[in-house]
Design a protein around this ligand. Sequence first.
Ligand code: SF4
Ligand code: SF4
Length: 170
Amino acid sequence: MPEDADRDEPVRVNFRFRRELAQKIEGNLASFCYQCGACVGDCPATTYSSGFNPREIMLKVLYGLEDELLGSESVLWQCTNCYNCHERCPQEVKPVEVIISLKNMLAARGIYPEVVSKIIGTFETTGRTVRITSAIDRQRAKFGLPPLPPVPMDEVRILLEPDTGTDEEE
Ligand code: SF4
Ligand code: SF4
């Protein structure tokens, strides 16, 4: 909640933002969160970084606090997408998938850290999020694994084309 919020003023739930988010995750998952905190205990982002707490993020989603969630100082990029919260949540809220959708909304606004920008660049040029080096191939060979096959970049480029929404179902 905003720290400078006037305590006499009730917090108004932003249902428009909640509906927008629900459309992106194909279900209003966050609305089932009853704030038990089970998702926090095994969250590496909570343990190793400051200001990140998946229960608090779900609370902000419940209130529809768009500006806090999608601001330039958003903590969401600290989430490692490890899915521990998904395994722990008794309500099947899938907090990680809510957070991924919020990250996508941040990226659509051009708000993402430099490291994410580098990963996007690597994917656009190689079709992978990590460049495959001869050292990686040597490591794979040590474990009896073959070199990774080349990525079909023509298919990747099709995937990267903007969705114009003009396709019609047959
Ligand atoms: S997916 Fe993100 S929020 Fe969930 S436990 Fe892992 S780091 Fe925490
Ligand atoms: S574990 Fe699930 S229900 Fe509990 S606080 Fe986290 S998201 Fe909400």
